[in-house]
Design a protein around this ligand. Structure first.
Ligand code: AMP
Length: 338
């Protein structure tokens, strides 16, 4: 039994609680999280990455609400604390501790090449803090602490997982095998959802134009309004063609993920349909998917005692694994044991 347990692959992933989660978070990451937790060959660790959130300016009360909202939404989407370890990153201090050690094994030039850092510093030049620069190293610590083999993420995080691989390999070569070298896992469809208003830019929680991002907790009327206003093109045919028809391709992708049909089936379903009807049906599919999730979220967010219990149990289980890795790392680096 134990030998079997030992063979399980560890899965780790996280979302940072800055603003409410979008359809993109579900399509790129959480859909895979939910699917992977039901596979008995995986041991899943999913956290709310609150340490990552303060790399941007967040009002504390809003931040606290977003953090609990994300945890309740994880549960409402079907993540089960009996099957997965669900916790808050700041409850396991080993994340910050390992990040420091990894900082000393990461080259400045490597961190400077990260696309997301370049984009985010351009977007908020008044707050290019050291934490923003260091974000990918903290993310490497998140993953490596749990000896994760698989990291389900959207396309935008692939480069960060690759950096985690580089750091792990460097550490293993310098000392001796310590970390499992992780691999990103991306969905076949929905690895990057785009803004409904600018279908060549990523759908993001912090979009300047909120009409472009559909939030998992948006009320149905709001969701329908956003789809109705979604940018399309001057053509009339509903066809997947990312280069020439980015708006329609994005809507087809969203329909495919939330109606649970293949892209080919979605295309076939809307053959000959006009854009208004297509947008309406896509909005309806999203609302139908989200209705039970939002209902469950409302129940859970009112049950603070249950959320506290989930966080507490999850952090205890996460700590056991995290400190095992951290003490191994400290020993290898040469810190004198207390
Ligand atoms: P973040 O919101 O940056 O913490 O991202 C959490 C997870 O959601 C990561 O795995 C991202 O790759 C994924 N994600 C975020 N936005 C999108 C998007 N527009 N399309 C697909 N995946 C996304």
């Amino acid at each position: 039994m134990e030998a079997e347990e030992a063979k399980k692959k560890v899965v780790f992933s996280a979302v940072k609680p800055t603003g409410s989660m979008t359809l993109g978070n579900y399509a790129g990451a959480l859909a895979n999280w939910v699917a992977m937790q039901s596979d008995p060959s995986y041991d899943c660790f999913y956290c709310v990455a609150d340490l990552h959130s303060i790399t941007v300016d967040v009002p504390p009360a809003e931040f606290r609400k977003d953090t609990l909202d994300d945890l309740a939404t994880y549960l409402a989407l079907g993540l089960n604390p009996e099957k997965s370890v669900l916790f808050l990153q700041s409850h396991v201090s080993a994340h910050a501790e390992l990040a420091w050690v990894l900082n000393c094994h990461t080259q400045f030039g490597e961190a400077r090449r990260m696309t997301q850092f370049k984009e985010k510093s351009k977007r908020a030049p008044e707050n290019v803090n050291v934490g923003l620069f260091d974000y990918p190293v903290l993310m490497a610590a998140d993953i490596l602490l749990y000896q994760a083999e698989l990291v389900p993420v959207g396309q935008d995080q692939k480069q960060h997982v690759e950096l985690a691989r580089t750091i792990a390999q460097r550490f293993n070569n310098k000392y001796s095998p310590t970390f499992t070298v992780p691999e990103p896992i991306m969905p076949k469809v929905g690895t990057k959802l785009y803004s409904l208003q600018n279908p060549t830019a990523k759908m993001s929680k912090t979009d300047e134009n909120p009409a472009g991002s559909v939030l998992l907790l948006d009320p149905p009327e709001e969701i329908m309004r956003k789809f109705k206003r979604a940018v399309t093109d001057s053509d009339t045919c509903v066809k997947f063609d990312r280069a020439n028809k980015p708006g329609i391709s994005n809507l087809l992708t969203i329909y495919s993920v939330f109606a649970g049909v293949s892209l080919a089936a979605a295309e076939k379903e809307f053959q000959g349909s006009d854009y208004a009807a297509f947008k309406q049906r896509t909005g309806e599919a999203v609302c139908a998917f989200l209705a039970p999730v939002q209902k469950e979220y409302k129940r859970l967010i009112a049950d603070k005692a249950y959320l506290s219990q989930v966080m507490k149990d999850g952090a205890e289980r996460a700590r056991r694994m995290a400190y095992k890795t951290l003490s191994k790392v400290y020993r290898k680096v040469g810190f004198v044991q207390p």
